[in-house]
Design a protein around this ligand. Structure first.
Ligand code: HEC
Length: 381
């Protein structure tokens, strides 16, 4: 035998003989005990003295780490690094991230249980496990039961183990050599791992790319697009106008709205704000402002946005200087028509919402330029 022994293996005829033999050999502490049986044998773990699997604990700890890390990351990203006001919610809205937290917890837990079990606890991959070339293996997969004392970092005393197994009733003894290399970090192995991961990534990436690209345009998916339909302004003979939809009667206005005919910001000064500054109007105004305007003009209207510089334009400071002097009508005009880099909000907001936000801009202007006299009761009007 050239290499040191990997294991000494004794074969038994029945599971009972094997179970009876275990205490004899175990008491002598000759090496790591392992049993090979054609089917699971009850009570084997206890007889071999296997400790309870640590997988549960590992999964719990990694799951916890996943949950905490995700919560910390999302709160940092959304609350500190890039505070985004979404639907007027405060930036630190942890409730929104519970699904992500749940997902990552499950992800960490699954990977830990799968990979931890395979690599850490079962010591895979072990490509050249000596048992795979053992003469006893075909017998064990049929009707024999084996008890083995295996290499555990300490050289095996083959004679002593053989004696112990024979005394315990083993009929046949087999000694298995260690494979040439036991190390996991051999260049050959590392190369295979890197190659394997590389090829998997390539195949998975390639398939995902084409899958995502082709799926929406594949046959059963596109059938809905093929149905006969009338596109609103397409040419069609159905109506006498020759289009797929009838034209509205000239001068038609949406119910409850007047046509907005003012073409210049200066002319808008004549518009009168129809809404009083009541609490409910200001509440609507604040909601509209926080949702639609604050990304650019800042929550305080002072032109300090949560946008990055990539936006390119400088949103106006609404609470100071010339713009603070604009009339209600002029602000309304800007909301309707937009101005340079600011788009029109006519389609997003109802007439009442537009006037409410005008009132709220007034509140911001007053609040951002508060005077001492505002603190006394007489100034409240
Ligand atoms: C996409 C970013 C953006 C959003 C959202 C936005 N604005 Fe603006 N706003 C701007 C920019 C940029 C300017 C400066 C335009 C200029 O003078 O070139 C501006 C200017 C203004 C002005 C000053 C106009 C003037 O006469 O100089 C007012 C008033 C205004 N915005 C109100 C609002 C209101 C109210 C909302 C919400 C309904 C809103 N903005 C939403 C970007 C935005």
């Amino acid at each position: 035998m050239n290499n040191p022994a990997f294991s000494v293996l004794g074969l038994f005829d029945s599971s009972q003989q094997l179970m009876d033999a275990i205490p004899h050999v175990r008491g002598k502490a000759l090496g790591r005990l392992e049993a090979y049986t054609p089917y699971p044998v009850h009570g084997m773990e206890e007889a071999l003295g296997l400790r309870k699997s640590p997988v549960g604990g590992m999964v719990f700890i990694m799951g916890l780490i996943g949950a905490i890390a995700t919560m910390a990351f999302t709160l940092w990203a959304e609350g500190i690094d890039y505070p985004l006001v979404t639907a007027a919610k405060p930036p630190f809205s942890w409730q929104a991230f519970v699904p992500i937290m749940f997902e990552v917890t499950v992800l960490f837990a699954c990977f830990t249980s799968g990979l931890g079990m395979l690599f850490l606890l079962n010591r895979l991959p072990y490509f050249r496990h000596p048992m795979l070339r053992s003469k006893s293996m075909p017998l064990i997969t049929r009707d024999k039961f084996a008890l083995a004392v295996e290499y555990d970092g300490k050289a095996l005393d083959v004679d002593a183990i053989t004696d112990a197994l024979r005394q315990a009733g083993a009929q046949t003894i087999e000694v298995l050599e260690q494979p040439a290399r036991l190390g996991l970090l051999s260049p050959n192995f590392l190369m295979r791992v890197v190659l394997g991961i590389g090829i998997s990534c390539f195949v998975a990436g390639y398939l995902t790319y084409w899958g995502v690209k082709l799926f929406p345009v594949t046959i059963p998916v596109v059938h809905m697009l093929d149905q006969p339909r009338l596109d609103p302004l397409r040419e069609d003979s159905f109506f006498k106008e020759g289009t797929g939809m009838r034209m509205p009667v000239a001068g038609t206005v949406a119910r409850g709205e007047l046509p907005f005919t003012i073409a210049k910001e200066e002319d808008a000064a004549i518009l009168v704000n129809p809404l009083p500054r009541t609490q409910s109007v200001l509440k609507t105004g604040r909601q509209v402002f926080n949702t639609h305007c604050s990304v650019c003009h800042g929550l305080l209207g002072n032109g300090k946005p949560s946008l990055t510089a990539a936006y390119g334009a400088k949103p106006a400071n609404l609470v100071e200087g010339q713009i603070a002097q604009l009339s209600d009508g002029e602000i309304y005009y800007v909301i309707m028509r937009g101005k340079n880099a600011m788009p029109s909000y006519a389609a997003d907001l109802s007439q009442d919402e537009r006037w409410s936000v005008v009132n709220y801009v007034r509140v911001l202007q007053r609040a951002m330029n508060a005077k001492d006299s505002d603190l006394s009761g007489e100034a409240r009007n």
